[in-house]
Design a binder for this molecule. Sequence first.
Ligand code: TXA
Ligand code: MG
Length: 348
Amino acid sequence: MQDQAPVKTAINAEEIKSASTLLKAGQLVAFPTETVYGLGCDAANVEALARLYRVKGRPGTHPVIVHLASVEQLKDWAQTVPAEALALAKKFWPGPMTLILKKSDKVLPEVSGGQDTVGLRIPSHPVALALLKEFKSGIAAPSANRHGRISPTTAAHVKSELGDLVAKVLDGGNCTVGIESTIVDLSSDKPRILRPGMITLEAIEAALNEAKQKEKKSSSKKRQATESKSSTASENTVIPRAPGSMSSHYAPTTGLKLFAHHNLPRAIATSESLSMKISVMAFSAPIVSSCVITWKQLSEDPNECARQLYAYMRELDTSGADYIVVEEPPELPEWMGILDRLRRAANG
Ligand code: TXA
Ligand code: MG
């Protein structure tokens, strides 16, 4: 089992004040969110954004998510707030979802990566919310790792990754979701998932359809329901299954290979015959072999597995293995976020 530090929900008001003051002064502050730790800066400060990109080693054309404390702030950052955005915000915020909307004039090109959209999110971690409330404006925050590397899910991960390059690291314990937010693009005519996460496509479709039905009911009441009704099924929101592609790899430095359950014994036998050393992350019980250095057992509960994922990847990355062998999770809705990160890691 992973050492699970309890989520630190006690808010140290002095720490939050001092973090907010540092952000106002253009400094970088890493903070916990329920998904992963973020590397935060004032989203309206060009120099701070430049510092953030430098520390992360991220290309300037890569947009960053702006974190907010309340739905009321949306209008400051988005040009328009469509009904779908309000429906998803109501259902899933504060929480592990990012909405891509047409950006307002206020959004700097350094935040939007030069595009006409902006990513917005209200996180649910109490420390993140306290910081955002104290700061009273948008905090730009990518995951607090070096570009393309594994996202941090503890304050210790952030410190080992970024060391003294940040002015402050707020410690909020282990992240309770464990992988990055689900990103939903609402900037064009049809909603699209750009990055799957622990909020499933099915849950998003259901929330959008529910909001649509409510809206229809109230407008048809107004029209006294005289016109013939069109089929509701054909008007249901159906989001394309394939997520949009994003370049980040979420990858360990050690090579990572994915295997289906039935191929796992063969993969291990092959490593043994080639005298390769491997570390394994699998749902299956350990297979005894001289080639296995470490075997991390993954939970069959997707929520628990998401919490284990990055910490295990980090651990196996320093285990001295020639490569990491991972047993692929099932191709089911609640596993899509995890599967996506593993496939990207295998590509990294
Ligand atoms: O859970 C999360 O989303 C975490 C926490 C800290 O909030 N943040 C996070 O940020 O994962 P980052 O920068 O590591 O990943 C955000 C992804 C990037 O791949 C970026 O390209 C995409 O979101 N993104 C941000 N703004 C966008 C926009 N306007 N259009 C399309 N994609 C966008
Ligand atoms: Mg990231």
